[in-house]
Design a protein around this ligand. Sequence first.
Ligand SMILES: *Cc1c(COP(=O)(O)O)cnc(C)c1O
Length: 409
Amino acid sequence: MLTLDNHPTGRHFLQIPGPSPVPDRILRAMSLPTIDHRGPEFAVLGRRVLEGIAQVFQTRHPVIIYPASGTGAWEAALANTLSPGDHVLMYETGHFATLWNRMATRLGLKTEFLGLPGIEGWRRGVQAHMIEERLRADREHAIKAVCVVHNETSTGVTSDIAAVRRAIDAAGHPALLMVDSISGLASADYRHDEWGVDVTVSGSQKGLMLPPGISFNAVSPRAIEASKTARLPKSFWAWDEIIEMNKGGYWPYTPNTNLLYGLAESCDMLLSPQHGGLPAVFARHQRWAAGVRAAVNAWGLDIQCADPAVYSPVLTGVMMPEGVDADAVRRVIYERFDCSLGTGLGKVKGRMFRIGHLGDCNDLTLVAAVAGCEMGLKLSGVKLAGSGVQAAMDYFASNAVRLAQLHSG
Ligand SMILES: *Cc1c(COP(=O)(O)O)cnc(C)c1O
């Protein structure tokens, strides 16, 4: 049983790259009574969240909201647009790309998994030229979709989605472009319409600062067109009924009402013009990431992302020196300092840990998180070149921003 009565004093430091800390303002919004999801009050809420979340995706087209984790929205993206045996081109950036690829196979799709060999592919973003070459070779247009991850949460590497769209267009190929931005949305700049994405998948518990439990498909007119002839079985995930009911602010089945209260609050916070809107959100994540990287560099440890052009603003992967078990270090930091860090997943299990710096953070919480890491690394016997805490403080102090930009709303 969870013994909440011996919870430590102060705040737990939830520094994993999702779920991210939920701001008090959102927790309070979610504590309102659950209302009739067929009543008139609900329609106001429904229309408000649909309008707000579309702005966050930077789209003028529909966004479908599911009462499911991000994985459900992955399945929805594939099931709505593809038919059994369809050929799908995926790109291996890390653990989440690998899981999406596995799901596609389990759904009866024929997948091809492009990528750089070994761990190299897990340290860099999507190589768009490889996608272009592969699509050029597909003269019969057997490939129906290209699937990539925008912010690979297992590694701390982003990918240039606009470049993937350019690659598809340069090859003159009609494949749909599907993107997982589960951990990128509302932290890293993301432009569904401008980048020509057909389906974007996202979830609630990362940049949107909500608890886990809702997820999204942002869709293009081409994706909706494809859904009319796609033959993979779907019912719960089917876009058509949801989009139809959403016109009135309702859903075909019981939506996650209290999470939608939270979503309305989250959109207000992210989009608030007096706090700079989305550009300020993206800028503060870039800044936090740079401060945390300054710390890792000062420690003399390697950052998992090997290409500075695609450092993630959401999280930083910290690689351990040879012979150090990253999970043992994480355990010390958790047990001694009540700070949770992300574990290494898949190919990098035990070799690195992940510091999340997304959502409801600020300079001081990140300096404290870095301090927890530094103390835990030292206690674990890891030799550090210098003080990461000092480096992070120096970075944040010399890169001051207006207070308004520090606030989430
Ligand atoms: C968190 C995450 C997922 C999985 O989402 P769930 O909500 O756990 O189902 C998938 N892809 C990426 C990139 C993620 O960060």
